[in-house]
Design a protein around this ligand. Sequence first.
Ligand code: ATP
Ligand code: MG
Length: 143
Amino acid sequence: MERTLTIVKPDSVANNVAGEVLSYFERAGLRVVAAKMVWLTKRDAEAFYYVHKGKPFYDSLCDFMSGGPCVVAVLEGANAIARVREIMGATDPAKAAAGTIRNKLGTSIQENAVHGSDSAASAEFEIGFFFSRLEIMQTERKG
Ligand code: ATP
Ligand code: MG
């Protein structure tokens, strides 16, 4: 079992398709084990996307990500990190394969509907950025 972080980005929440985005993952057998709605400050967005600091799209990306509420969730399943990336599709919706979230719901390379962690190290950082241990459900819990 693997865990990854997804963000239903502000464009999807504004377009009223937050549930639709999460349902792509659920239909693929991934399980939501933590979820909440948050409105990031620009400083939060800058910290979350620190790996992109210095890139030409960084400032605009952080404005977009702090421009409205988003839904953050932890998804669990076998090979969750790679499977979420596949289900999302390519970064640029114009290049995203048919049947992917970004193909259907993304509107530009920036406003591309959804985020997913790109490696085990990113997933660990990103899950910890938003959720404490107590906020992540243990599916095997009995008592
Ligand atoms: P994400 O990290 O959001 O899951 P990704 O891994 O497919 O997306 P990255 O290269 O990590 O893509 O870029 C992070 C985000 O920055 C993209 O999802 C998109 O919103 C934005 N972005 C990436 N490249 C560009 C670009 N050339 N112009 C504008 N925005 C961009
Ligand atoms: Mg990325």
